[in-house]
Design a protein around this ligand. Structure first.
Ligand SMILES: [Zn+2]
Length: 364
């Protein structure tokens, strides 16, 4: 029954594009000593009961009190090995979400974790923490942190502190430059909590992004950029009004030059390329490649919006979705003091972590 309820609300939230993009977000449910968590590589929109991994809660709790190496790669490798070991018998074909431990922190039945643009308008804003205190006094604010075990440990400490101060278990975490966790014993109440949060944010955001068409695609330019990206690459064009506005000048582009969340790094790369009118595109491309070591996935073109580039249809479509998500966040955050991207140090960490994770996948 619990798995059916979990599947139903996962499908409901997962099929709302305002809430879930390109596989982001995860859900869980607890039943006695078992916690069911979304497996990596599954989508909330289409997940079936079989798409959840059954985990041993005692083993997950033990991870919070264990001493791991302080060096990043060694710590994450050891924590990942323990996470895999916390799978119940018969679950070895599935890989639990990297955010599993965060779900285990809540002593209630259902947990929902999402990265909605509306919420991230708050979590990626200069005055986000102050506004969070004002609008959501019962939420626990979690400052930006390295992902993985370090983030889970930080949340554990903040939640313990919250309980000591208020006598209550935290049921809402707002994670800076990341998203939101909500928890409840009742699945309907969980949906209502999310709805209330979104309504509050919507009522507060005086600015909403305008995605009406404003500029036309230049197919020659699209082909040229795709060819520069690599042989057999594909492109998508976005000439929506808001994209054209950001592309108006380097100054207008500023809120989009650094990534807001890890999702933007994973799907769009950490930085877009800006092409002012009349620039030498080939040189700009080569300079970008020399600086970062790879080709740009998002190219903003002055006066006309952006071109997304990648080597597959699936990847280029995800890049468009996340580039639009960044635009939404950049607009929403104006209501909370303006854009606060991830720190350069955190971006650097995630870029390298991604490379390592990719290498590990290739090596399997
Ligand atoms: Zn997340």
């Amino acid at each position: 029954m619990i798995l059916q309820t979990l599947t139903a609300f996962s499908n409901r939230f997962g099929s709302d594009p305002e809430l879930v993009l390109a596989g982001g977000g995860n859900t869980s449910a607890k039943d006695g000593n078992t916690m069911y968590i979304k497996a990596s590589g599954t989508s909330l929109a289409t997940i079936t009961p079989d798409g959840f991994v059954a985990m041993d809660r005692q083993k997950l709790d033990a991870m919070l009190h264990k001493r791991y190496p302080s060096e990043d790669a060694a710590r994450e490798a050891a924590a990942l090995a323990d996470l895999m070991d916390a799978r119940l018998p018969g679950q070895n074909a599935k890989r639990p979400s990297v955010e599993t431990l965060l779900h285990a922190l809540f002593p209630v039945r259902y947990v929902l974790h999402l990265h909605p643009a509306l919420v991230n308008g708050l979590t990626c804003a200069v005055d986000g923490a102050a506004w969070a205190r004002r609008l959501f006094p019962n939420a626990v604010w979690i400052e930006a942190s390295k992902p993985g075990y370090i983030l889970a440990k930080l949340c554990y400490e903040r939640m313990t502190q919250y309980k000591a101060e208020t006598g209550r278990d935290a049921d809402c975490l707002l994670l800076q430059n990341h998203g939101v966790f909500l928890a409840d014993d009742d699945a309907d109440a969980l949906g209502e909590k999310l709805q209330k949060m979104l309504d509050t944010l919507r009522a507060h955001c005086a600015f909403s992004p305008d995605f009406s068409p404003a500029a036309a695609e230049d197919p020659d330019l699209g082909e040229r950029l795709a060819a520069l990206y690599g042989k057999g690459s594909v492109y998508r064009f976005c000439g929506a009004s808001e994209a054209v506005r950001f592309a108006a000048s380097e100054e207008a582009m500023r809120p989009l030059t650094e990534p807001f969340t890890p999702d933007h790094i994973v799907y769009c790369k950490a930085h877009p390329l800006y092409l002012p009118t009349g620039c030498d595109i080939q040189t700009a491309f080569a300079d970008y490649r020399a600086k970062y070591g790879f080709a740009p996935r998002i190219c903003y073109v002055q006066g006309s919006g952006f071109y997304a580039l990648s080597d597959s249809e699936r990847s280029v479509d995800a890049a468009v979705l996340l580039a639009l998500d960044a635009i939404k966040i950049a607009v929403y955050c104006r209501a909370f003091g303006g854009a606060l991207p991830q720190s350069a140090a955190l971006t650097d960490f995630i870029v390298h972590w991604e490379v390592e994770a990719y290498r590990a996948r290739q090596a399997q």
